[in-house]
Design a protein around this ligand. Structure first.
Ligand SMILES: [Zn+2]
Length: 269
């Protein structure tokens, strides 16, 4: 499932493919991913316009068009942007197509949890405005992190709250907690009271994001849940496999309905 690192890679790719280019052809078949405007209105917003900038915040991408128009993209659970040749036919699960003079960018989304939201006059998007600091774009240090962690919910659930930090999901939260040697069921306030733990966690979030981006960077991403995909993570999805640090088998628990993977030896309560 796409989280900050995968969305950052998508953003970099979209910049390479679309920045400064004029959208010569736009295909937007009606689907529930399209929001904020009808497919026809959305096409009219995009067609013939030049892409001025592409930004990311958390798991959201924002495509800024010449003038006021904005197009927000959220990849949901299975969405991805890929580049194809202009002469290539519609792809399986293709939900949007943006062609420039030289290439054809397609948005694929089998499960349709993604979103393409039009803001024709640059209207703010609530989901974007509500995001907390982005660890990559805004930087993250221990003081800033401690100030955002509070309450009796688990540290893992706090890290996944997009208003606390933008971009971490189930995977990056588990990876960062393993790197920082923090038990995922500790409460957020208990972690916040321990400066050494908070420092380790801030560093771990940074390291985990960087590690994942470096490992997955490329023009076409495969998500870990897809059949036959590699698992590029240290602990996520690896219950029963040896901890990369101490070799004890990793375990899986369920928190808030989601799987958490951790090491009982490295991550003591
Ligand atoms: Zn271990």
């Amino acid at each position: 499932m796409p989280e900050l690192p995968e969305v950052e890679i998508a953003t970099r790719n979209l910049r390479d493919w679309l920045s400064g280019e004029r959208l010569e052809r736009v295909d937007l078949p009606a689907s529930r991913i399209l929001r904020g405007a009808s497919p026809d209105e959305l096409s009219a917003l995009l067609k013939g316009r030049r892409v001025a900038a592409i930004e990311r915040r958390g798991k959201w991408i924002r495509i800024r068009l010449d003038g006021d128009g904005l197009l927000y993209s959220h990849l949901g659970m299975t969405g991805k942007w890929v580049r194809r040749d202009r002469k290539d036919p519609a792809q399986r699960y293709e939900r949007a197509r943006l062609d420039t003079r030289s290439s054809s960018v397609r948005y694929l989304d089998p499960r349709l949890f993604g979103r393409l939201v039009a803001a024709p006059r640059g209207e703010p998007l609530d989901a974007w405005e509500a995001l907390g600091p982005d660890p990559l774009a805004d930087g993250l240090d221990a003081r800033k992190l401690a100030a955002r962690l509070s309450g009796r919910r688990s540290i893992k659930e706090a890290l996944m709250d997009q208003s606390v930090l933008a971009g971490l999901g189930n995977i990056q939260a588990a990876e960062a907690l393993w790197r920082a040697r923090i038990h995922p069921q500790l409460t957020a306030e208990r972690v916040a009271r321990d400066p050494a733990r908070v420092r380790a966690l801030a560093r771990a979030i940074h390291d985990s994001i960087g590690y994942t981006i470096a490992g997955e960077l490329g023009p076409e991403i495969t998500y870990v849940e897809e059949p036959g995909a590699d698992n590029p993570f240290r602990v996520y999805g690896k219950a029963g496999q040896p901890c990369p640090r101490c070799k004890r088998p990793l375990v899986r628990i369920v928190q808030g309905g989601r799987s958490t993977f951790y090491c009982r030896r490295c991550q003591k309560r």
